[in-house]
Ligand binder design. Structure first.
Ligand SMILES: [Mg+2]
Length: 111
């Protein structure tokens, strides 16, 4: 099974670090930021794929690069939300991630 290794001391901290000034960022502002970044990803997929009828002036490669960039922005915000949940609400994210993986296995989405 191929999946993101989302353990704190591995991928998440290496590629999705805790941002400076995280203590000033709230769950609410982060939730809004997630919507903003999801919107940017959605824009790339719809606008640059020509789904809104506009002429597309980006190459396939540029579109995919932009899509990946926006997807990583979404993932960074998700990581930030996990840091806030840990900090503010003492949630054990590694435990929750294992629960999530167990759920996916139970439902048959992964082996
Ligand atoms: Mg973005």
């Amino acid at each position: 099974m191929k999946h993101l290794l989302f353990l704190k001391n591995k991928m998440i901290l290496k590629y999705f670090p805790e941002l400076n000034g995280l203590d000033k960022i709230t769950m609410e502002s982060t939730a809004l930021k997630l919507m903003e970044e999801a919107g940017e990803l959605s824009q790339v997929i719809s606008k640059f794929r020509g789904l809104n009828g506009e002429k597309v002036d980006m190459s396939e490669k540029e579109i995919i690069e932009k899509m990946v960039s926006e997807l990583l922005d979404v993932m960074q915000v998700c990581a930030t939300m996990t840091y806030i949940l840990e900090r503010e609400y003492s949630i054990n994210i590694e435990e929750k991630l294992q629960d999530h993986l167990d759920k996916l296995k139970r439902k048959g989405y992964v082996k």
